[in-house]
Design a binder for this molecule. Structure first.
Ligand code: NAP
Length: 291
């Protein structure tokens, strides 16, 4: 495949960081932070697309803090709901493909089995609502789009739940982990690998793109404890209601099944337990530093 011109928004976020590492090896990649390119600013987006002339735009920019979206739904709607539509319309004008990142939180979480791409959506908080608006805006504005729903991300760019649990083990602190919020934990480099495999392919529409299988936060913490070289973590199972400071209600179980990727024969995502083992091994190597 010839190298593509790929524009990524939302650097230095967690997913964009993994994309820089993976796509930068094969493609001409322009990474843009909010300061370089605010996706709510249509003039700035137009100028960037005219100057860089991307084959593909990957939109990782988002207001991703679920409680912040609950506190300020207007801003969430602007960044997560409206701006992706604007980006999509300008991609259509410039004949660029748009890969837009969405979320498992478009679902209500009560299905009792992993969600597939065409299951009915019903967000339970403002974050999910705003991201759903973003999906709809993208789908109606540009024919050449792929919407990737991801879930429970972790990666090196910022502290995440895996790091939190690992640091509690290191410091001998107990962890409270909820049993009534489950998803499909996804290592960002796996999504980057999946996107590399999707670039240039003709399929359009929604794809679930998340760690294979699913678990609650409690099971996730328990698996980190099981992988840890020395025993010692105390995990206290709790419920969301035990965290009254959390503004947004989280859906109970939004595990995703990557049905379309599997059926197309291009699934690159690992089972969540294997990916978590990779991440913790890598974290250990980073902590020890170069020899
Ligand atoms: N993290 C998860 O567990 C999770 C789960 C499901 C879906 N997702 C989705 O996956 C995608 C990537 O998530 P992530 O965790 O990598 O996000 P992240 O680490 O929070 O990074 C998002 C980036 O977007 C930037 N941004 C915010 N508003 C912007 C704007 N108006 N213009 C340009 N950039 C802007 C942020 O900059 P500032 O720091 O300046 O705000 C940040 O650098 C998002 O679409 C998110 O909704 C994430």
């Amino acid at each position: 495949m010839r190298p593509l011109r790929v524009l990524v928004t939302g650097a230095p976020g967690m997913l964009a960081t993994a994309l820089r590492e993976r796509l930068g090896r094969e493609h001409l990649t322009a990474m843009t932070s909010r300061r370089d390119l605010d996706i709510t600013d249509s003039a700035a987006v137009r100028a960037m697309l005219s100057a860089f002339r991307p084959d593909t735009v990957i939109n990782c920019a988002a207001m991703s803090n679920v409680d912040a979206c609950e506190r300020d739904p207007e801003t969430a709607r602007r960044i997560n709901g409206e701006a992706p539509g604007l980006l999509a319309a300008l991609c259509a004008e410039h004949d660029a493909e748009l890969i837009h990142i969405s979320t498992d939180y478009v679902f209500e979480g009560t299905k009792g089995a992993p969600y597939v791409e065409d299951d009915p959506v019903q967000p339970v908080n403002h974050y999910g609502e705003s991201k759903l608006r973003g999906e709809e805006a993208v789908a109606s504005a540009v024919a050449r789009h792929k919407i990737l729903r991801v879930s429970m991300l972790y990666g090196v760019a910022r502290t995440n739940f895996a790091d939190f649990v690992a640091s509690c083990i290191e410091q001998g602190k107990p962890v409270k982990a909820v049993i009534d919020n489950a998803g499909s934990p996804t290592h960002c480099p796996d999504i980057a690998e999946q996107i590399a495999a999707l670039l240039g392919r003709p399929e359009t529409g929604i794809f679930h793109c998340a760690g294979l299988g699913g678990c609650s936060r409690l099971e996730f913490a328990e698996h980190i404890r099981a992988l840890w070289p020395a025993p010692g973590l105390v995990i206290e199972p709790v419920r969301q209601a035990d965290f009254p400071h959390m503004l947004a209600k989280r859906p109970e179980n939004t595990s995703l099944e990557c049905r379309r990727l599997r059926e197309a024969g291009i699934l690159r995502i690992k089972p969540w337990r294997d990916a978590l083992a990779d991440y913790l091994a890598d974290r250990g190597r980073r902590a020890r530093g170069p020899h």
